[in-house]
Every structure is written in C-alpha cells, then in structure tokens.
Design a protein around this ligand. Structure first.
Ligand code: TMP
Length: 214
C-alpha cells in the first residue's frame, strides 16, 4: 500500500491522544496527507462496539467475548477506514491498535485469553498486515492512572473500565507492552512518557523521521 500506518500504544494516562494530535499536525505541516483514528471506535459502527467494551460493569462478558469484539471493531476499522486511506497514500495514525489487545487481553499480561488464540483472531481480522511503526508510550502506572482519573472527572460518559483494575494489572500491562517492543524492535519504539509534552513529541517526530523517512 502507498501510505504509512503508525500506531501509538501504552497503558492508561500515557498521553497518547495528545501525541497523536501533535504528530498529525507535524506531519501535515511537512506536506503529508494525514488521517487520525483510534481503537476501539474508529468507525461509526465501531463507536457502538466501543460503548459495549469500555462503559459500565466490568464483568458483563468474559475475556474471550471481549477479545472477539475488539477484533470485530478492528476488522471493520481496517476494511472501512484504514486500508482505503493507505491505498490513497495517506499517513494513518491510530490511537491504539492490536498491541493493546495483546497487552490487555492476553493471558499473562492482563486478562485471560491465550496468545495463540489472539494470533488466530488477528489473522482473521487483519491477515499479515502490520503497522509500519508503533510508538509505545511508557509510564509508571501510578502516574498514568492519576492522570486518567483526573481527565475522567470532566467527562460526561465515564470510561473507567480498565482504570478500575488493580495496580498489579497495570504493572503487568506495562511489562506486556515492553515485551512486545522487545520482540519486534524493527516495528516498535518505546518512548518515556513521563516528560514534558513537547519533549515527548520531538522524540516521536525524530523516530518517525529515522524509521519512515517522513
Ligand atoms: P483509550 O484509553 O485509548 O481510550 O482505550 C480504551 C480502553 O480500551 C483502554 O482501557 C484500553 C482498552 N483496550 C483493550 O483492552 N484492548 C484493545 O484491543 C484496545 C484497542 C483497547
């Protein structure tokens, strides 16, 4: 495909959304056609799936059902939005993608779905398609959760499904993302998210330039 696909990943309160916005502005100013999006909920239909996943009772479905919904959302997202944009030569920046499922839902990291099962679901939803670059924003979960709770105070619909999990879950999650980065160093870069917003942005812009030539 002609375009480039960049994903930003990380635990709660890492500042992904802010960095997606800054990166999009930076690349647009350099002349790229940029599309920003997010998971879950990057499409109209996906927004409905997002509500099922992140609002309300934590125990309303098991981890397998949850993983299936994340991949349903992902398949719709890819086929309706991401792949067409890449075919048109756009730079697509997504606030979360499949690494979030491996970190949050996978057995050993966060919840209870086996890695092999998630890999099968990935093949069904996305085939051998992968992001060109994944930035993993890393922060001590105690700091991330504090930020996340502070942000939720001002929101009408509270999405606190995962923020309400115990600290241990978030520490596993952080470890999960680091392991993913270590397994795929060509695709992934870990960035320290406990710094000034502008400093983090400059780091990300530098990585995007080095790795993708943008
Ligand atoms: P957000 O924090 O980026 O808005 O994402 C919403 C929540 O969804 C967040 O708590 C992480 C969770 N999530 C998963 O558990 N698995 C996934 O595959 C994705 C994309 C998100």
């Amino acid at each position: 495909m002609a375009g480039r696909f960049i994903t930003l990943e990380g635990g709660e309160g890492t500042g992904k959304s802010t960095q997606v916005k800054l990166l999009a502005e930076y690349l647009s100013a350099k002349g790229c056609e940029v599309l920003t999006t997010r998971e879950p909920g990057g499409t109209e239909l996906g927004a409905e799936i997002r509500k099922l996943l992140v609002c309300g009772d934590t125990n309303k479905m098991d981890a397998t059902a949850e993983a299936l919904l994340y991949f349903a959302d992902r398949h719709i997202h890819l086929s309706q939005k991401i792949w067409p944009a890449l075919e048109n030569g756009k730079v697509v920046i997504s606030d979360r993608f499949a690494d979030s499922t491996f970190a949050y839902q996978c057995y050993g990291y966060g919840q209870r779905v086996k890695r092999e099962v998630l890999e099968q679901l990935y093949m069904i939803a996305a085939g051998d398609f992968r992001p060109d670059l994944t930035i993993i924003l890393d922060i001590d979960p105690r700091i991330g959760l504090e930020r996340s709770f502070a942000k939720a105070q001002g929101e009408a619909v509270k999405e606190l499904r995962f923020e309400n999990q115990e600290l241990r879950f978030h520490e596993n999650l952080r470890q999960g993302f680091k392991e993913i980065a270590a397994l795929e160093p060509q695709r992934c870069a870990v960035v320290d998210a406990n710094r000034d917003i502008e400093v983090i942005h400059r780091d990300i812009a530098h990585i995007v330039h080095e790795r993708l030539g943008l």
